[in-house]
Design a protein around this ligand. Structure first.
Ligand SMILES: Cc1cc2nc3c(=O)[nH]c(=O)nc-3n(C[C@H](O)[C@H](O)[C@H](O)COP(=O)(O)OP(=O)(O)OC[C@H]3O[C@@H](n4cnc5c(N)ncnc54)[C@H](O)[C@@H]3O)c2cc1C
Length: 287
């Protein structure tokens, strides 16, 4: 299985990253079980986080769960496997180095604006061909890696970040994952069957002052690439990110680091701008 792990927590905007002895933040995106004392210090490239749970006698206040089912303007399941949207592959690039363990590809498909997605949603892809029973392949879900405006800024494309699945089974045979290999092998101009969009659980917080903590390994960075594009690289009349963004990304080796340009284009600004943009990148890898 491709390692896809991602989680995002958003807290009310904090003006500093230092000690905040407070009770559980009252924000719908964050659920801390009890009062907590948290210290986060970022110094010379090293982040130290200390968290200490503090038990309280008071019964925890149960946060009212806000259903996202009726979330305004979020479209789901416009296209289904029997009548998918047929997009075209516009671009497909390997984004891991040749010596990385495994391959990950970034690809852009045309949608002509017909697949209206939000940052944090996923699409389904139905690979060409048939399964071993002669039936069409089942769809596989992929997190959308582009902002709603798409990589070309015209809201007419959708991008994915896909890890090619190859493994050796118990019989010693090399097995290739159906859909990931279909996608990683797609050539520009080829058709791709798209379903969805789906998902309302990983949408960006609406609060432009939120602190957004993003945790991911490998291709789990996909939805956060879409968040970061919207937060830092695009201009909107009705949205300007003024909060704080943290991205914690785990990759097996430095040669597997995905989208380093997203981090460097934010962090290579002057120190002043780094603090203005308020985005810190913590990348973990073994070598
Ligand atoms: C919401 C969601 C978002 C996702 N987003 C992404 C994304 O952004 N990028 C991405 O690359 N993937 C993503 N995935 C995973 C993706 O949907 C597919 O599962 C993945 O690409 C593998 O599909 P496949 O068709 O290539 O493999 P399949 O042909 O479906 O084979 C997968 C099967 O192979 C077997 N298998 C896998 N590894 C091994 C092993 N080491 N040993 C033995 N058996 C094994 C397991 O039975 C597994 O179920 C996401 C999944 C979900 C649910």
């Amino acid at each position: 299985m491709a390692a896809v792990t991602a989680a995002a927590v958003s807290l009310r905007a904090a003006t500093t990253t230092s000690t905040s002895p407070s009770s559980a933040p009252q924000h719908s995106h964050c659920s801390f079980p009890c009062a907590a004392r948290t210290t986060a210090v970022f110094r010379r490239g090293v982040l130290t986080v200390r968290a200490q749970a503090v038990s309280t006698d008071a019964a925890p206040v149960k946060e009212k769960k806000v259903s996202k089912k009726q979330e305004e303007g979020v479209v789901t399941n416009k296209f289904r496997p029997k009548e998918p949207y047929v997009g075209k592959c516009l671009l497909n690039t390997k984004i891991t180095a040749d010596d990385a363990p495994g391959e990950t590809w970034h690809m852009v498909f045309s949608t002509d604006g017909e697949v209206p997605y939000k940052e944090g949603q996923s699409i389904g892809v139905v690979a060409d061909g048939q399964d071993k029973n002669g039936k069409p392949h089942k769809l596989r879900l992929y997190s959308i890696a582009s902002s709603a405006l798409g990589d070309f800024g015209d809201a007419k494309t959708v991008s994915l970040c896909v890890k090619r699945l190859v493994y050796t089974n118990d019989a010693g045979e090399v097995v290739k994952g159906v859909c990931s290999n279909f996608l990683c092998d797609l050539k520009p101009g080829a058709d791709v069957n798209i379903t969805g969009p789906v998902g309302k659980e990983m949408l960006m917080p609406k609060d432009p002052n939120a602190t957004i903590i993003m945790l991911a390994t490998g291709t789990g960075i996909a939805p956060f690439r879409s968040f970061l594009w919207k937060m830092f690289f695009e201009k909107y009349e009705d949205y300007k990110f003024n909060g704080l963004a943290w991205l914690f990304l785990g990759v097996p080796t430095s040669s597997s680091l995905l989208y380093p340009e997203v981090g460097t284009s934010i962090t290579s600004r002057s120190l002043h701008e780094i603090f203005l943009s308020k985005c810190y990148f913590i990348v973990s890898c073994d070598t």
